[in-house]
Design a protein around this ligand. Sequence first.
Ligand code: MG
Length: 391
Amino acid sequence: MGVKNLAILGSTGSIGLSTLEVIAAHRERFKVKSLAAARSVEALAAQAALVQPELLAVLDAEAADKLKSLLPAGLKAKVVHGPQGYLEAAAGCGADMVVSAMVGAAGLLPTYAALKAGIDVALANKETLVAAGELVMAAAKESGAAIIPVDSEHSAIFQSLMGNPPEAVKRIWLTASGGPFRDHAPAQLAQVTPEMALDHPNWSMGPKITIDSATLMNKGLEVIEAHWLFGRGYDEITVVVHPQSVVHSLVEYVDGSFIAQLGQPDMKTPIAFALSYPQRLALDLPQLDLAQVASLTFTAPDLERFPALGLALAAGRAGGSAPAVLNAANEVAVGLFLHGKLGFTRIAACVQGVLEAHQTRPLNSVAAVLETDREARALARAWAEKQGEAA
Ligand code: MG
């Protein structure tokens, strides 16, 4: 296999760091063409010194100036910024594959541009599929670009589907850790602080997804993601809580067989698979010792204590603009929670309030998706202010 040229969007985040670790262990296989981040310019400059990309993209002119002052003298990387800069990082520097790992809705435009241009995408940014699944899948189909999931559950499903025809699939089983509060009573849930929620028992992830894991919104977003990635109806996708996070998801076949992918809860495994598919890269991970794990347990999720999951499933079934609204309202609500301005159980209440205020409509363009996203964010902020919970 030749050298694969990569664009890494969100290189200073949790997935970006793991991606660069995988690449560092297999330098002969990859060339990093571009790195994109928001404002973490110190980290970005250090990464640039290591991987010598041709292009660096950041959020705004201020971050770009700061980055330039930090770059080592010998490095000839072009520095760009803003939405146009992100587009150039994704689709304008000769990448064979874009690692889409920017947080939230910001990743949509560059990911869409890459797919339109026929560039394969290793997709970690699930919000892209949640908000614009129909458009994104259509763009990939038209250009022939592949979308390889990086999300651990979807990587597990992707791997468990390999070698089997679609008509042999009966059901997708999406596993959820259940988050740190899976056994909390409703009164305890209301008392959860950002510090408590940021301490995930199994996975080390960025703050937004860690909170989403604790509310189970993350699993709801993942059901929508699975719906688009694997072309399955919502009745064919079942969520099951599996606190050990060893079985990363399963596919049930018409003959009664279940095929699963198991592994350490380490994002480097699905990242490496997405980068090297259909081959596999050796990784130096701690051994998964099944005898030490001893027992794997599975339970149905509790939609009463974790209403975010039910809201996401309903928005997925409603289709059109509903998932984009759910996603945007959730991003705002999680931000308010992290800043101590909204209670933990009020995150789902805010999302529900915004969904109820929104009239679901079809989304026929990325511009319409972004407009819906802005509207839903404004609705979420207004909702929180009305509740007297936002400053
Ligand atoms: Mg996941």
